[in-house]
Design a protein around this ligand. Structure first.
Ligand code: C2E
Ligand code: MG
Ligand code: MG
Ligand code: MG
Length: 282
């Protein structure tokens, strides 16, 4: 379909488009080189329990340190990687690196916490997905129960039967699943009920609207938390930036908090310092 669009657009050839075309071609090439040169880095953002603010997990977030363009955010290259089949080698590096880092931290005697990894839709749809995950975990030697895979509603909904079977196979060996950005897609009860999930991550747009003029956002957050709890799922609020938001979420019985208020995504070293500071704090 992309090809078809491309061909159509060629009919309306404009200088602006050709510039875009060259840039895109360059970016794909740069991305390909980035994989070879290992220009990627993972940053880690803490997830804490809403009551004691104890670190219960980290989310691994991909960064591209391009020698040419500097630091690039995932939203600027993940879609490109998905369109060009580069998402598989990139995801392979991400899961391996996240596991290696977790293992390192466990060896250093850090208190145990979960490592969450974002899964791209394109990658999840590959038949070998579960086999690949199991292989990487076994290779690196981390317990499946310490890994949580984050998928979005739109990824899950593409083929519910497939999603459920693929997830169940991994859940059976101890891996956890979170539904990411909940509320931005086809948020449905059916989705939460039929998939073998552990966590629901409320999208940051609801969290930021909750304390603004938008009263509905608060009502939705309240309903999502109550609904998730009654289905036996834990709730993580993402994008928590203010104390007011934290307080409201606590009052609504939200289980876990993630956001700039607690900590920004940081390098592994920075995260170690963050943990150490937290331990002397309490
Ligand atoms: P996400 O999984 O929903 O990750 C949360 C995003 O919210 C991150 O953006 C994080 O930096 C940002 N964030 C966290 N706390 C706050 C806050 O308090 N306020 C605000 N305004 N933002 C906050 P980031 O790192 O730019 O990642 C964007 C998206 O890119 C992620 O959304 C995820 O969908 C995707 N992504 C990141 N790393 C990977 C990866 O390794 N693989 C895949 N497939 N996707 C990834
Ligand atoms: Mg995520
Ligand atoms: Mg999210
Ligand atoms: Mg998001």
């Amino acid at each position: 379909k992309a090809k078809e669009n491309g061909r159509n657009q060629m009919c309306f050839y404009t200088p602006a488009f050709s510039t875009h075309l060259v840039q895109n071609f360059n970016r794909v090439n740069q991305l390909r080189k980035a994989i070879e040169r290992e220009e990627f880095e993972l940053h880690y953002q803490p997830q804490v329990d809403a009551i004691h603010h104890k670190v219960t997990g980290v989310e691994a977030l991909l960064r591209w340190k391009s020698s040419e363009f500097g630091m690039i955010a995932p939203s600027d290259f993940i879609p490109l990687a998905e369109e060009n089949g580069l998402i598989v080698p990139i995801s392979d590096w991400v899961l391996k690196e996240a596991c290696r880092q977790l293992k390192k931290w466990q060896r250093q005697g850090l208190p145990s916490f979960t490592m969450s990894v974002n899964i791209s839709a394109q990658h999840f749809q590959i038949q070998q997905f579960s086999k690949w995950v199991k292989k990487v975990l076994a290779e690196i030697g981390v317990a499946p129960s310490s890994i949580c895979l984050e998928i979005t509603e739109s990824t899950a909904i593409q083929n519910m039967t497939y999603s459920r079977e693929m997830m169940q196979e991994l859940v059976d060996c101890g891996i956890r699943f979170a539904i990411d950005d909940f509320g931005t897609g086809h948020s449905s009860l059916m989705l939460l009920r039929r998939l073998p999930l552990h966590n629901v991550k409320i999208d940051k747009s609801f969290v930021s609207d909750m304390t603004g003029d938008d009263r509905d956002a608060g009502t939705i957050v309240k309903a999502v938390i109550a609904m998730s709890h009654s289905l036996g799922l834990s709730v993580i609020a993402e994008g928590v930036e203010t104390k007011e938001q934290l307080l409201q979420l606590k009052n609504l019985n939200c289980d876990y908090i993630q956001g700039y208020l607690i900590g920004r995504p940081m390098s592994a070293e920075q995260f170690e310092d963050f943990l150490a500071a937290k331990q002397t704090e309490s």
